[in-house]
Design a protein around this ligand. Structure first.
Ligand code: SAM
Length: 330
């Protein structure tokens, strides 16, 4: 039997996103409802259970992990999970996606634990719009977290901004300048129908519009060296040498045909697509003592094998999953 996690479209999966918490300290309008019931602690996978999962998934070809949530830094001592995962044979790359609110306190420990890649989600540098989008305060904390992450030595820090019409037109250029000044890589993600709010295509500020705006207001852009049109993020370089900017055009240019991702939710469900309508419950398997490794490996394999062709956002067939982004793991 092939050690690879293959689906029926021939896609090989090596990229696992683990949601370590469904809890969040923001209530971003595009992501989750204001009133939300979080999981009881007893339903959350422990670090040991997540590590068990990765020990079984790594020999199947998983070598890249991203910790996400909810807000992953709300999980106490996350650096301990990083240390556990990094020692698993085959795992070559661990990243974290965070809103940055609690980063200042944790950056040094995470870096020391061996975290490689850090993505901080930040849609605006304007406090009023920050509050409007996230329904909470906290911009100064995020900026302090970013500064601390840079200080402790994270070499590649990315900033993720969701491209929502009516907001990002005001924020794209200031964000681009801030990233250029600080040596951060800016990435835009087209607004997707995965939050609690009603989504309309008209609310997406599309990749080509972002490019036009930055090209005009910041510096001319051209495809970055090694540009791969099929990669999830299209990379562009500023003509004046001011770094690069990435765009994940999930709506206007879906990358489903190249998707190599699967997800483990905080409550132990395997999802083969962000927009999946079915999921595989492996919490029972992860909690069994002793662990039935072949059964867990088979459950992971079967979930990947059952993956559909793509998310169908652009068709009338699209059905929004019941879970919102915070409960899946972005
Ligand atoms: N709390 C962490 C954070 O803010 O980065 C991790 C979880 S968050 C769900 C992961 C990413 O998903 C963030 O960059 C967020 O902006 C993005 N996201 C959430 N809802 C989205 C949506 N409807 N469309 C596009 N991106 C979205």
């Amino acid at each position: 039997m092939t050690p690879q996690l293959l689906d029926t479209y021939g896609r090989v999966h090596n990229n696992l996103r683990i949601s370590v918490a469904d809890r969040c300290n923001l209530r971003s309008v595009y992501c989750m409802p204001e009133d939300v019931t979080f999981l009881d602690k007893s339903h959350l996978l422990s670090f040991e259970e997540m590590t068990r999962f990765v020990r079984v998934a790594a020999p199947l070809g998983i070598d890249k992990i991203r910790l996400t949530g909810g807000e992953p830094l709300m999980r106490k001592e996350l650096h301990k999970l990083v240390s556990q995962l990094i020692n698993i044979p085959g795992i070559r790359d661990i990243g974290l996606t965070t809103n940055g609110l609690l980063l200042e306190r944790q950056a040094a420990e995470l870096h020391a634990a061996g975290l490689d890649r850090l993505n901080v989600s930040l849609d605006t540098l304007d406090e009023t719009r920050f509050r409007e989008l996230s329904r909470r305060d906290g911009l100064p904390d995020v900026l302090a977290g970013l500064a601390e992450a840079k200080r402790v030595g994270f070499s590649r820090i990315k900033l993720n901004a969701v491209a929502i019409r009516g907001f990002i037109e005001h924020d794209a250029v200031p964000l681009a300048r801030y990233c250029r000044d600080n040596g951060f890589e800016l990435r835009f993600i087209e607004y997707m129908p995965i939050g609690a709010e009603a989504w309309e295509r008209e609310k997406v500020f599309f990749a080509h519009e972002l490019l036009e705006l930055l090209d005009r207001e910041v510096s001319p852009l051209s495809p970055a060296p090694g540009y791969d049109p099929s990669a999830p993020a299209m990379e562009f370089a500023y003509a004046d040498g001011g770094g690069t900017v990435g765009i994940i055009a999930s709506v206007s240019r879906p990358f489903c045909t190249k998707c190599n991702r699967l997800r483990l939710t905080a409550d132990g469900k395997v999802r083969n697509c962000l927009f999946a309508l079915d999921e595989t419950d492996v919490k029972g398997l992860l909690r069994a003592d002793p662990l039935d490794e072949p059964a867990l490996a088979e459950a992971i394999r079967a979930s990947v094998w059952a993956k559909w062709e793509g998310h169908e956002i652009n068709t009338a067939r699209f059905v929004k999953p019941l879970r919102t982004m915070h409960a899946i793991g972005g």
